[in-house]
Write a protein that binds this ligand. Structure first.
Ligand SMILES: Nc1ncnc2c1ncn2[C@@H]1O[C@H](COP(=O)(O)O)[C@@H](OP(=O)(O)O)[C@H]1O
Ligand SMILES: [Mg+2]
Ligand SMILES: [Mg+2]
Ligand SMILES: [Mg+2]
Length: 350
């Protein structure tokens, strides 16, 4: 089965959302950052991006009953005092749609925006089609002025069949060696996309022609560099550094926010991505679905710390053992062995 039509729509939705996010990041005001009830930050851009993607998917597939599993919901926007924020989000979405011009609609109302956001309340699962959206992955990076991604994927019968990652701050050229802050020294803004069985491609968000990308062919761990979260609260840096040491990795870790790590890995900027959340954290499908297919279609492999493939068919959550490892076919067994040994050492030292 081909998902070409869905891919065109997903690229369009993610590119428009990226445009909205870029505008907000440029003049980010402190008041644009709210705190969700779980204390993670969320900005007008997270909501605006979610509303915009939901709107575009609805417009592109008007006859289908859309199922969207997305990170944000309108709860906090319906509270007293949130009216101004909601109006700002509504204006952002309308301005972005108007600047594009493909959808000749009258401006959306605040009510339309709330509805579009809340279309993302699906639970996903193993039957039928579900879109999976992280409207801004790496909100902390976004607020800091660093990396973030708009991540949109499609599940069919519980399998990821398509994924798009828009990374507005990722340099077009390799970030190996850690030059991720190349904001002023070259073009930034990448759009990665993949369809099952079709390989992975990257183009610039400004619309260059797509280039096929591949993960690195490096087989010697000493020559491998690795990515991890910028935020130490999201991944145990001490554990990944122990694993890297065991593998003989020489390069220091490259710490970047968001699924931009999957994108960068898919084009061979680094060789390994390790993610070890602290005890008790449950991974969500929107944090990995798009990145997963972008990297696997480029020849990469994604496993949990026990070597088990990820299962996107169980609803919102991904139940993984201890952490997530991404690398190429050759390095995976070596990395998994080092992970096992390091976890055993860590456990016996407690
Ligand atoms: N304690 C925690 N452990 C692991 N991941 C966490 C976390 N708290 C938040 N996250 C997730 O980490 C994502 C960012 O990934 P990264 O660490 O690779 O930059 C966040 O996505 P959002 O920014 O979309 O909320 C969030 O879902
Ligand atoms: Mg979040
Ligand atoms: Mg996320
Ligand atoms: Mg997010």
């Amino acid at each position: 089965m081909s998902y070409d039509r869905e891919l065109v729509a997903a690229k369009k939705a993610a590119s428009l959302a990226a445009r909205l996010c870029q505008k907000v990041q440029k003049d980010l005001l402190q008041s644009d950052v709210q705190s969700k009830s779980d204390k993670s930050p969320v900005t007008v851009a997270d909501y605006g991006s979610q509303a915009l993607v939901s709107f575009v998917l609805q417009k592109e597939f008007p006859s289908e009953k859309l199922s969207l599993v997305a990170e944000e919901d309108s709860g906090d926007l319906c509270t007293d005092g949130a009216q101004e924020t909601l109006e700002r989000i509504t204006k952002l979405v309308n301005d972005t749609l108007a600047s594009d011009g493909s959808y000749s609609v009258s401006p959306l109302s605040t009510e339309d925006i709330l509805q579009a956001i809340d279309r993302g309340k699906s639970e996903g699962g193993s039957q039928g089609h579900h879109w999976v959206l992280d409207p801004i992955d790496g909100t902390k990076g976004f607020v800091r002025g660093d990396q973030y991604a708009i991540a949109l994927a499609l599940l069919d019968q519980g399998k990821v069949v398509l994924g798009v990652l828009a990374c507005p701050n990722l340099p077009i050229t390799s970030i190996s060696g850690g030059n991720q802050h190349a904001f002023n020294s070259g073009e930034v803004g990448c759009l990665f996309f993949a369809e099952v069985g079709g390989g992975t491609y990257m183009q610039s968000l400004n619309g260059s022609s797509p280039l096929k990308v591949q993960v690195t062919a490096v087989e010697n761990p000493e020559e491998a560099s690795f990515f991890e979260s910028y935020e130490a609260a999201h991944s145990m840096h001490d554990l990944s550094s122990l694993i890297a040491k065991k593998l003989g990795v020489k390069a220091p870790p490259v710490r970047i926010d968001s699924q931009a790590k999957y994108g960068a890995l898919s084009r061979g900027d680094g060789a390994i991505y390790m993610r070890f959340p602290h005890k008790g954290y449950r991974e969500k499908i929107w944090d990995h679905a798009a990145g997963y297919i972008v990297v696997t279609e480029a020849g990469g492999v994604v496993r949990d710390a026990a070597g088990i493939p990820l299962d996107f068919s169980r609803g919102k959550y991904l139940d993984v053992d201890t952490g997530i490892i991404v690398t190429n076919q050759k390095l995976m067994p070596l990395v998994l062995k080092a992970v096992r040994e390091s976890l055993e050492e860590k456990a016996s030292s407690l």
